[in-house]
Design a binder for this molecule. Structure first.
Ligand code: PLP
Length: 395
């Protein structure tokens, strides 16, 4: 099928949640993808930070193929090897001690919200209140949509869930003021992704952790976008010198197959008991096997340091480009999670870059967002930097 044929069927048979798209992609390898007409693109969005190891990474493809030939699915009525192996790997490499597996970012965050509420219920001091940040993004289920501090995603879906309040990101005083007697948890992204690649000030998260300890609150970090090496470390919180009580992972966890995870510190685990929460597919053998292979590759010695270095080169290059274009307000980010804020809408720039064979995306209307696979080379980064220079010049 060519692009036109795919587009025509899409328009006839799919709900129009994604609007019209320009490309139909048929193949990927490393940092490259190809459209239905065989045109090649450098993918600097990686499926919204999913293909962190690059498209069709051989270790992940092999793990998926082998597991698919052996056993695809049995449900959580039974133990499976890949799931426990994944949990052990994640526990050994993050602040969390125990895991619940979900299917995506939203369902991982649902699990985190439910665990926080049930933890306080079990403690005998119900504290259902959850504080999240304005401009945040936590998913599209009703609870995670409510946690998402952006009205544009919530409009028309009211009534939202009770118990959520919002504070400005990166403002410790406002956060302190928002804590009430029934507040049980604070839910934040280490860097706001969809909200515009907003990085926190130094010390903000240390302050949040201190506040949580002082007031006896759970700190939930949504690492769905910042996790899995995106910022140059395995998890985003590692840059902040703190440990969360609950973290969620998804997006790149399976490098392309759908899987989410919610991990928590030992002291919170009794919030969930048999029957409290469940998922038919969560931690499914194929997805878990893909995730095991993904985590092992990401944690190979030197891999994340190299990605961090590539990210620094990219930011330096983009700042140099910015110095030549008055429309750039700021270049920011960490590792290979990079935002370029413009004083004009970015959609035309995204279009121009695509025409030049570079895929990236927006984060809100004014921020150009780059989330390349972590395996991108310095040459590819330089190529994209030059393309951004041209695209901004043609504005
Ligand atoms: C993408 C994202 C989600 C939602 O993940 P889905 O897999 O789309 O449900 C949640 N939180 C953050 C920070 C995200 O970037």
């Amino acid at each position: 099928m060519n692009t036109e044929a795919i587009k025509a069927l899409n328009e006839q048979y799919l709900l129009n949640t994604y609007g019209a798209r320009k490309l139909a992609l048929v193949r990927g390898e490393g940092a490259k993808v190809w459209d239905a007409e065989g045109r090649e693109y450098l993918d600097f969005f990686a499926g919204i930070s999913v293909a962190n190891l690059g498209h069709c990474h051989p270790a992940v493809t092999d793990a998926i193929s082998e597991q698919a030939r052996t056993l695809c699915h049995v449900s959580n009525l039974y133990y499976t090897g890949p799931q426990v192996e994944l949990a052990r790997l994640l526990s050994e490499n993050t602040a969390a001690d125990r895991w619940f597996f979900a299917n995506c970012g939203a369902t991982a965050n649902e699990a985190a919200i439910k665990l926080a509420r049930r933890y306080w219920a079990e403690e005998g001091t119900p504290k259902p209140g959850i504080i999240s940040a304005r401009n945040s993004f936590h998913g599209r289920t009703m609870a995670t949509l409510t946690a998402t501090g952006q009205e544009r995603f919530q409009q028309g879906f009211e009534p939202l869930l009770p118990g959520f309040t919002y504070v400005p990101f990166d403002d410790l005083d406002r956060l302190r003021d928002a804590i009430k007697n029934d507040t049980g948890a604070i839910l934040l992204e280490p860097i706001q992704g969809e909200g515009g690649v907003r990085t926190p000030s130094p010390g903000y998260f240390a302050g949040v952790r201190e506040l949580c300890d002082e007031r006896g609150l759970l700190l939930i970090l949504d690492e769905v976008q910042t996790g899995m090496g995106r910022t140059g470390r395995f998890c985003g919180y590692e840059h902040e010198g703190i440990q969360p009580d609950i973290i969620t992972l998804a997006k790149a966890l399976g490098n392309g197959v759908p899987i989410g995870a919610m991990g928590c510190a030992e002291r919170v685990t009794h919030g969930f008991a048999p029957g409290s929460h469940a998922s038919t597919f969560g931690g499914n053998p194929v997805c878990a096997a893909a995730a095991v292979a993904t985590v092992r590759e990401l944690l190979r010695p030197g891999f994340l340091d190299k990605a961090a270095g590539t990210g620094e080169r990219f930011v330096r290059g983009l700042r140099d480009v910015a110095s030549r274009h008055g429309c750039v307000v700021e270049v920011r980010g960490r590792g290979l999670m990079i935002g370029v804020e413009l004083d004009t809408p970015v959609a035309p720039v995204v279009d121009k870059l695509r025409e030049k064979g570079v895929l990236c995306g927006p984060a809100g209307a004014y921020v150009l967002r780059f989330l390349p696979p972590l395996i991108v080379t310095e040459g590819e980064v330089d190529q994209v930097t030059a393309a951004v220079d041209e695209a901004l010049g043609a504005q």
